[in-house]
Design a protein around this ligand. Structure first.
Ligand code: PAF
Length: 301
């Protein structure tokens, strides 16, 4: 299968590298990483060892492939969609954090857009070298749920490359459960500057649980069957299994970068408002992170 992976950060590079063991992959990302991959290939180490030679470019326009996998930060989805719209694809798959990415892609692209979740752990060590810190799985399917032959086909192609993948008919539930986990973990770890495991103890635990509960309530208002118990169980599981990890938002804040707060906590607040529901913990967390971004000049005043 011809695959474009748009976003050569840690997950994009790991997944693109794993898929390149079997498929014709083009990685779209930034220099110096992309220049190194184009020149000397991509090395994967730790839980999986591989040396592959995907094509690599900084120009994501005018590309044609059967599949575009989008792994950019949520605030870059618009830009990715515009670039991809100048090319041609049979399907696009969003493997991103937060709400609304699939809709942004579907508005711009003339192909089926699928949603996915990925639990592989990845880290970019240096240009041309990605580390696999955890072997997880990819689940993908139609964003509004139901069967998708395209999702089945892509899942099969990923499995051909030894990437643990399954197609699911209940992506809305999975996506909202993931948002509940991210709404609980990401802003709290970023603001408290603690690894995920610190959320096993109060008071951080209580704040994270309140954010996840509000997210589950909002999901139900959106017609998605996510119980509070299921959201809290997912939160607890991820806190435990990723205890040593620094969340993506903590990494962003520590590096002085913009975060995905708009697509996570702020998106929950907006969806809750649409249904006349309050989401005070998400509102507070979003407000503090957004103020930090503004103060840093990372977003418009
Ligand atoms: O964004 C992240 O860091 C991850 O999605 C998660 C699951 C919270 C683990 O760190």
């Amino acid at each position: 299968m011809e695959i474009v992976v748009f976003g050569a950060g840690s997950l994009g590079s790991l997944l693109g590298g794993l898929l390149a063991r079997e498929h014709a992959v083009t990685l779209v990302g930034r220099d110096p990483h992309v220049a190194t991959v184009a020149e000397s290939g991509l090395r994967i180490s730790n839980r999986i060892d591989a040396a592959v030679e995907p094509a690599a470019t900084t120009d994501g326009t005018n590309l044609n492939a059967e599949l575009a996998v989008v792994t950019v930060k949520a605030y870059d989805t618009d830009q990715a969609a515009t670039a991809l719209a100048a090319g041609s694809f049979d399907a696009a798959l969003s493997l991103q954090n937060g709400l609304g990415n699939e809709a942004t892609l579907a508005n711009a692209l003339d192909c089926e857009v699928l949603a996915g979740t990925a639990t592989y752990g990845a880290r970019l060590i240096e240009p041309g070298h990605a580390e696999c810190t955890g072997v997880g799985e990819i689940v993908l399917g139609a964003p509004s749920g139901g069967a998708s032959p395209q999702a089945e086909r892509i899942a099969g192609a990923f499995r051909d490359a030894d990437v643990e993948t399954s197609a699911s008919g209940s992506m809305p539930h999975r996506l909202w459960e993931k948002v509940a986990v991210n709404a609980g973990i990401n802003p709290v770890t970023a603001l408290a500057r603690v690894p995920n495991g610190a959320l096993a103890a109060p008071p951080a635990r209580d704040i994270a649980r309140r954010a996840a509960k509000e997210t589950a309530r909002t999901a139900r208002a959106e017609g998605v069957d996510l119980s509070t118990d299921a959201a809290l169980a997912a939160l607890e599981r991820v806190v435990e299994t990723t205890a040593e990890n620094r969340s993506s938002m903590l990494q962003d804040v520590a590096a002085g970068r913009r975060t995905e707060i708009d697509a996570v906590s702020e998106a929950v607040v907006e969806r809750a408002e649409d249904h006349g529901i309050d989401a005070p913990t998400n509102e507070l967390l979003a407000g503090v992170v957004r103020s930090w971004e503004r103060e840093r000049g990372l977003r418009e005043p």
